[in-house]
Every structure is written in structure tokens, then in C-alpha cells.
Design a protein around this ligand. Structure first.
Ligand SMILES: *[C@@H]1O[C@H](CO)[C@@H](O)[C@H](O)[C@H]1NC(C)=O
Ligand SMILES: *[C@@H]1O[C@H](CO)[C@@H](O)[C@H](O)[C@H]1NC(C)=O
Ligand SMILES: *[C@@H]1O[C@H](CO)[C@@H](O)[C@H](O)[C@H]1NC(C)=O
Ligand SMILES: *[C@@H]1O[C@H](CO)[C@@H](O)[C@H](O)[C@H]1NC(C)=O
Ligand SMILES: *[C@@H]1O[C@H](CO)[C@@H](O)[C@H](O)[C@H]1NC(C)=O
Ligand SMILES: *[C@@H]1O[C@H](CO)[C@@H](O)[C@H](O)[C@H]1NC(C)=O
Ligand SMILES: *[C@@H]1O[C@H](CO)[C@@H](O)[C@H](O)[C@H]1NC(C)=O
Ligand SMILES: *[C@@H]1O[C@H](CO)[C@@H](O)[C@H](O)[C@H]1NC(C)=O
Ligand SMILES: *[C@@H]1O[C@H](CO)[C@@H](O)[C@H](O)[C@H]1NC(C)=O
Ligand SMILES: *[C@@H]1O[C@H](CO)[C@@H](O)[C@H](O)[C@H]1NC(C)=O
Length: 668
């Protein structure tokens, strides 16, 4: 057949080019959107992005991959009887395509998969609508998805959902996840047997014989490139192929739809070359963050839109130019949020949203009677719940900001609904919640006035270890084993992102566990960032007990002392606390029970969930002079089990008469 005539034939039946250059071609198996800058091909009706043509490159996506494995939404789900331990993987393949908008300014396509009971067990009980939007003059395209669970449907669990792009490995070699986290990356082949050697788990690979010798001896692990939701606004890859370098960027202009609040960590870009926008995952959180749908639970949520941005520069420019431009584009996208263009009514537009403002003050009795305005405190709205419940919340939307120099905050573009106002403040332990539930409706402007966080406090500080900031970063993070380096984290502020730091504990404390002497020890040097098991043999680990020694000049035998223990993450661990020189005492004064499944230690995180325990210590348990408190973690089945501490404080009993607590001199 004559291809030329075949092409013309198709052109006339299914294509129209507007004067703006906007074109939509609907073929049997594919749909093509083109605005004269970018051409995007999507499989019809599945809704897989199969081709992105830009800057003279016929496809930025990996041609060697199947069409379903180039640009796709996916999810991991189960109904409690999955064959796979981690649940079923679903590529969210759609069954119907429809054109929602087609004019000279915009094209919007919808790829849907509607659920009914004949699909039970095969697909998650969700109606799915994947949207792709192209706007004229824009160097990229938008995508968003609407998930809906109807009230007569069965329950299920959703543990992960995202959109993934697999770029061409022959072109994209330089990756940027942040200004200070960018590098030339190994190839996916370098991770294969013969070139790479799997370390303690499959994601971590030592590059023993990489194609580019420069990577030899380094560790590659995608979790080294994860980002907190609040810092996960733009990341991507650069191809430096002549004649012009090309950037592929995922811009997430709002994290209102992401689970778990601003501190939740998500994967971003990693070897593949892969770029992800993850909407929901259990990484650094564990089973507490699985979305559990009950039967008959009605739910609908819009994920996105996100923007896939493409840019280019003449040959010879450094990658900095493309990254700077991508960041500028990110700023533009954030300023345009909430977007006006999405055609779905489920995406709530600016005029239908509301706002909340106020001023946050903190009072920390025994430090000061003053109500202190705090700057850079996080304030946010999430579904009503307990203080701090936002970190385990995933079905609703969250809206966060930080306070200004005088403690004022303003949160705009809030979706209608019921919320609590939550806050946490660096330098103070605990979580704040404003008592009243706030009802946001279209155009609401709620002013909560001055709200006061009465920081948890019952007595003066006798001693403290660390900084209350929900992270273990201020503690001692060792140098990695020289055999397991990722070069970008050498001399980097995020030293904790190196592989294998958990094993360094046994090197530093081969026989005796960590002992911390209040007054002389320095937590930046003498408090290992994680209480992990000590490696003994090949697969055997020894439980540890850490000891804090402190001196009390006088003791109020009638009083109750308060030990505040804030944790930055826990993984299948139990914190047992004993007082005095009685580490064998049973039962302990306090036990947390086995808690946490955050897997933060293996994944090079410095925090997961925040946990706070307040332990009463009767004055009769303490002695004038030397005292010790023992922190034991008895579960020794894996090297990744353990506790990351955030901050520890001992408070004197409240309201003393004739009693002045002696404040120890604290390091720093
Ligand atoms: C969700 O997962 C849990 C196990 O993590 C399982 O016990 C439960 O049955 C699942 N729920 C549904 C509705 O599938
Ligand atoms: C599929 O999409 C077409 C428009 O392209 C629409 O007319 C039709 O109703 C849709 N079918 C289903 C089952 O949703
Ligand atoms: C349920 O969905 C399947 C697959 O889309 C379809 O073939 C079937 O007709 C649907 N059944 C009903 C009752 O709608
Ligand atoms: C929230 O506001 C809406 C609209 O004004 C109203 O219908 C609803 O009853 C309110 N809910 C509460 C809990 O106040
Ligand atoms: C790291 O810093 C130390 C001390 O500041 C310096 O001696 C060393 O050369 C640095 N290493 C690298 C790889 O930059
Ligand atoms: C440790 O593992 C190595 C290799 O698997 C084996 O040769 C060695 O005997 C093991 N050592 C012990 C103490 O189990
Ligand atoms: C403790 O209580 C006893 C009895 O009530 C009292 O005699 C004693 O003075 C108290 N000691 C202190 C230090 O308050
Ligand atoms: C603990 O108690 C034992 C026996 O009572 C004593 O020998 C030892 O010195 C004590 N250790 C500390 C650190 O106080
Ligand atoms: C108390 O501890 C200090 C420092 O560890 C030690 O020098 C001193 O001997 C101890 N005092 C007593 C009475 O055990
Ligand atoms: C120890 O940790 C494992 C997971 O590593 C967990 O399954 C188990 O319940 C824990 N057991 C105890 C006794 O702490």
C-alpha cells in the first residue's frame, strides 16, 4: 500500500491542525497530541504514553521497552489474599478513550477503566480516569488521574500508586533530584549480574564492572535519591547529546494530593533512567500508611495534575542551565496552581476553594511565660484526627505552609471539606492541634486568630540530648565503609544517604554498647544516629542497650520526673527503658512494644514517622549523685531493625518548693 496515500487518508478522517499549531490525530491503536513543540503518543485505549517527540529526538522514552512500560500509571493493591507478598501490581490499563476537549488552545484526553463485580479479584475496585492535557505553546504536557471507589463495592488495600516514565538509556545519563543532589548516573545494565553485585537487598547494588569505569566501586540504590514531599517539586534527567542538550522534568506544583504530609519521603528519579511522580506509597512509613478501604466506603480523589516539562539548550552548556530553567518553570507552575485548564469537575478550581489564616504562638513553661511567635513552623490542614494524625493520613488532601517571622500563616486554595489545623515546631516536642474542626466551603476565609501551642512540659529541663526536629540528622552519622560509597554524598549535608551505615555501629562499638555521659558527651559525636543491632556473624545480630549517665545534685524523692523520648523512626523494634544500674530488671519501667515498619535504616532515611513517649520516673528511683537510664532494643532478627531517636529530655518534677533543679551544662 502506498504509505503516502494511507497517511493522507488518516489525516482527513481523524486529524485537524489549528492555527495555533495544535493537532490531534486519532488512530486505531494510538492517539497523538502535538502542539508544534512536543508530540505525545498515547496507546488507545490503554492510555500508556508510548512516545514523546521533542527537540529533534523521535522518542525520549525507551524504545526497547514494551509500549506498556514507557510512561504509565500503576498501583499496588490487594484484597487481603494476594499471592505476592507485596500485593498485586496493576498498570491501570484503560479500556476506553474519549476526547474531552479539543480546540486550538487545548486538547484533553480521558482514558477510563470502569469497575464492576465481574472484575473482582482481577482489578482493584476503582473507577479510573487518566487524563492527558496539552496546552498550546507549552513545552510539555500535563497528566492527572481520578480514582473512585463506590459505596457498594468491596474493600481493598492500596499501598502504592504513581506515574512512571522510563527514558532512553542511550541518551539520559545525568540526573538531578535537587540542586545539591545531581550526578552522572550508571546504566541499568551496570546493575545486572556480572556488572553489579547485589548487597543486603536487591535495590542496593555494588558496581563491580560498570560499562563506564568511572562508576566502579560505587553503590547504586534508588532509595539514596528519595525526597521529602515538601522538596519533591521538580526532578529529572538531562541528555547531553549534541547538537542540543535535552531535559526531561517532572514538576509537581502542589503536594495537596500526596499521602502523609510534607515530611513523607517519596522516590523521585533513579537509574533506569526512570522518573516517578509517586502519589501514595508506604516507603519510610510502613503498614500504617496502607490505604485501607472498607466495603461500602465511598471515596474519590484527584491525583495531579503534574507537568512533564521538556527543555533544551545549545550544545556545550552545562547541565546547570537546564536545571535552573526547570526550577524557574516549577515556580511558574506553582504560581498557576490551582490550574484553570483541567476539564474534570472533580479538579476543584480556585474560586471553589477556601483559605485559613492565623498566627501561631508557642508557650513552653519553665522556659518562659511568654507566648512566643515562631517562624518557619509548619502549619497545615488535614482530615480531622488526633494531633499528629496527618502523618498517617492518605485518603484526603492536605494543605501545608510555614509561618513567617512573626508567626503568621495563610493557607490558600483549600478544597471544601472538614479539617483540623495541625502544627509542629522545630525546637519543641509534640504535636499541636487546633480544637475546632474547620469547615471549608467555596470561598471560605477562616481566620483562627492567635492560636497557642502549649508545648509539652511539666518541669524544668535537667538534661537533653539532640534537637527536637523530627530527625536524627544532628547525631553522629559515621563515614561509610570505603567499599560502599556513593560519591555525591561524600562531604554532603545528607551524609546519612550512604549505604551500609548500620554496620558501622559494630565497628565503633565492637563489644560494649554506647554510653552517653550527660555533661561531657557530645551528641554530635557520641550518640550514634540509629540504635541498631550489632552484627555478630553472617546472619546473626546482637541486641543492644544504650546507657545514659547523669548526675543529680539533689533528688526530690516525692516528685515524679518526666522522661520525654521522641523518636524519628522505628522498624520492628521495641524500646524498653530501665532506670538505675539495673539493666536486668524485669519488667522495664517502660516498653513501647514492637512498633514501626518504616524501613528507614535500610533506605538511608534520617526520619520516618514521629513518635513521642512520655515516661514517668518516680523520685524514689533516682539517687543523689550518679544515675543511669538504659535504653534496650531486644528484637535482634535483622540489621534493619532499630530506632532513630529525635530528642530525649529529662524534666524535674513540677512545682518544687525548697528545690532548685541543677541544670547540667549541655553540649553545644
Ligand atoms: C488489607 O491488608 C490486611 C493485611 O495487611 C488484610 O488483613 C486485610 O484483609 C486487607 N483488607 C482488605 C479489605 O483487603
Ligand atoms: C467510550 O468513549 C466514548 C467516547 O469516545 C463514549 O461515547 C462511550 O460512551 C464510552 N464508553 C464507555 C463504556 O464508557
Ligand atoms: C463489567 O465490565 C466488563 C469489562 O469491562 C464488561 O465486559 C462487562 O460488560 C461489564 N458488566 C456489566 C454488568 O456492566
Ligand atoms: C459545612 O458547610 C456546609 C456549607 O455551608 C454545610 O452544608 C455543612 O453543614 C457544614 N458542616 C459543618 C460540620 O458545619
Ligand atoms: C571531605 O572533607 C575533608 C575535610 O573537610 C577533606 O579533607 C576531604 O578531602 C573531602 N573529601 C572529598 C572527597 O571532597
Ligand atoms: C559466613 O558465610 C560464608 C559464605 O557464605 C561462609 O563461608 C562462612 O563459613 C560463614 N561463616 C559463619 C561463621 O557462618
Ligand atoms: C516528702 O513527703 C514527706 C511526707 O509527706 C515530707 O515529710 C517531706 O518533707 C517531703 N520531702 C520533700 C523533699 O518534699
Ligand atoms: C552497677 O552495679 C554494680 C553492682 O552493684 C557495680 O559494681 C557497678 O559499678 C555499677 N555500675 C555503674 C555504672 O554504676
Ligand atoms: C559518678 O560518675 C562519675 C563520672 O562517670 C565518676 O567519675 C564518679 O566516680 C561517679 N561517682 C560515684 C559516687 O560513683
Ligand atoms: C521482631 O521483628 C520482626 C521483624 O523483623 C517481627 O516480625 C517480630 O514480630 C519482632 N518480634 C519481637 C519479639 O520483637
Amino acid at each position: 500500500m502506498n504509505n503516502y496515500f494511507f497517511f493522507l487518508f488518516l489525516f482527513f478522517i481523524s486529524s485537524f491542525t489549528y492555527s495555533s499549531g495544535m493537532r490531534l490525530d486519532i488512530h486505531d491503536k494510538h492517539v497523538v497530541m502535538d502542539n508544534g513543540i512536543v508530540e505525545v503518543t498515547i496507546s488507545n485505549p490503554e492510555g500508556f504514553v508510548t512516545e514523546i517527540r521533542y527537540n529533534g529526538i523521535d522518542n525520549l522514552l525507551e524504545l526497547l521497552n514494551k509500549e506498556s512500560n514507557r510512561g504509565y500509571f500503576d498501583m499496588v493493591w490487594d484484597e487481603g489474599k494476594s499471592k505476592r507478598k507485596k500485593g498485586e501490581f496493576d498498570r491501570m490499563e484503560a479500556t476506553n478513550m474519549s476526547v474531552i476537549v479539543e480546540n486550538e488552545e487545548q486538547v484533553e484526553l480521558s482514558f477510563t477503566r470502569m469497575w464492576n463485580s465481574s472484575l473482582q479479584g482481577l482489578y482493584p475496585p476503582l473507577n479510573i480516569d487518566k487524563r492527558f492535557v496539552m496546552v498550546s505553546g507549552s513545552s510539555g504536557f500535563y497528566t492527572y488521574a481520578i480514582y473512585e471507589h463506590l459505596d457498594e463495592w468491596p474493600g481493598f488495600n492500596l499501598s502504592n500508586t504513581r506515574i512512571a516514565f522510563k527514558l532512553r538509556k542511550d541518551k539520559f545519563h545525568y540526573m538531578v533530584v535537587a540542586g545539591d543532589r545531581q550526578r552522572f548516573m550508571p546504566l541499568p545494565d551496570d546493575r545486572e549480574e556480572g556488572r553489579g553485585q547485589v548487597l543486603a537487598y536487591p535495590e542496593a547494588v555494588l558496581l563491580v564492572n560498570p560499562i563506564e569505569p568511572q562508576f566502579k566501586g560505587e553503590v547504586d540504590d534508588k532509595y539514596q535519591y528519595s525526597c521529602e514531599s515538601r522538596n519533591n517539586e521538580v526532578h529529572g534527567w538531562i541528555s547531553m547529546d549534541p547538537p542540543k542538550s535535552t531535559g526531561f522534568w517532572i514538576i509537581t506544583p502542589s503536594n495537596e494530593f500526596r499521602s502523609g504530609g510534607p515530611l513523607k519521603q517519596y522516590l523521585a528519579s533513579h537509574v533506569g533512567p526512570t522518573s516517578l511522580s509517586v502519589f501514595h506509597s508506604t516507603h519510610y512509613s510502613g503498614v500504617d500508611l496502607i490505604m485501607r478501604f472498607r466495603p461500602n466506603e465511598a471515596w474519590k480523589k484527584v491525583y495531579g495534575p503534574i507537568f512533564i516539562y521538556l527543555n533544551s539548550l545549545s550544545n556545550g552548556e552545562s547541565p546547570t542551565g537546564l536545571w535552573d530553567d526547570a526550577r524557574q518553570q516549577m515556580v511558574n507552575e506553582i504560581e498557576s496552581w490551582p490550574y484553570k485548564f483541567p476539564a474534570s469537575e472533580d479538579f476543584v478550581k480556585a474560586e471553589q476553594r477556601g483559605q485559613v489564616e492565623g498566627r501561631l504562638l508557642v508557650r513552653d513553661r519553665y522556659m518562659s511565660d511568654a507566648f512566643i511567635p515562631v517562624s518557619s513552623a509548619s502549619v497545615g490542614l488535614a482530615s480531622p484526627g488526633e494531633p499528629g494524625s496527618w502523618q498517617r493520613e492518605s485518603k484526603g488532601y492536605q494543605f501545608w505552609t510555614i509561618t513567617d517571622d512573626k508567626g503568621y500563616f495563610s493557607i490558600t486554595n483549600i478544597l471544601p471539606g472538614k479539617y483540623n489545623v495541625y502544627s509542629w515546631v522545630k525546637g519543641y516536642i509534640g504535636d499541636y492541634k487546633y480544637d475546632k474542626v474547620i469547615n471549608i466551603t467555596s470561598g471560605s476565609e477562616v481566620n483562627v486568630g492567635e492560636i497557642v501551642y502549649e508545648a509539652l512540659r511539666e518541669g524544668a529541663t535537667l538534661w537533653e540530648i539532640g534537637i527536637p526536629d523530627r530527625s536524627a540528622a544532628e547525631f553522629y552519622v559515621p563515614d561509610p565503609n570505603p567499599k560502599y560509597i556513593n560519591r555525591i554524598y561524600v562531604n554532603h549535608t545528607d551524609r546519612y544517604r550512604q549505604y551500609g551505615l548500620w554496620e558501622r555501629y559494630a565497628d565503633l562499638y565492637p563489644k560494649e554498647d554506647l554510653v552517653y555521659n550527660v555533661g561531657t558527651s557530645d551528641y554530635t559525636k557520641d550518640w550514634f544516629f540509629a540504635q541498631v543491632n550489632r552484627k555478630k556473624g553472617n546472619k546473626t545480630y546482637q541486641a543492644t542497650t544504650w546507657q545514659i549517665n547523669f548526675n543529680l545534685e539533689n533528688v526530690n524523692a516525692n516528685g515524679t520526673y518526666k522522661l520525654r523520648v521522641a523518636l524519628a523512626s522505628v522498624h520492628y523494634a521495641e524500646l524498653q527503658i530501665r532506670v538505675k544500674n539495673s539493666s536486668e530488671a524485669n519488667p522495664p519501667l517502660f516498653t513501647s512494644g514492637v512498633i514501626g515498619s518504616e524501613n528507614t535504616i535500610a533506605r538511608h532515611g534520617i526520619h520516618g514517622f514521629y513518635w513521642l513517649f512520655n515516661v514517668d520516673i518516680k523520685g524514689t528511683l533516682l539517687a543523689q549523685g550518679n544515675n543511669s537510664i538504659f535504653f534496650s532494643q531486644p528484637n535482634n532478627s535483622s540489621p534493619f531493625q532499630g530506632i532513630l531517636y529525635d530528642y530525649i529530655r529529662l524534666e524535674a518534677p513540677p512545682h518544687h518548693t525548697n528545690f532548685t533543679p541543677k541544670l547540667n551544662i549541655l553540649p553545644n
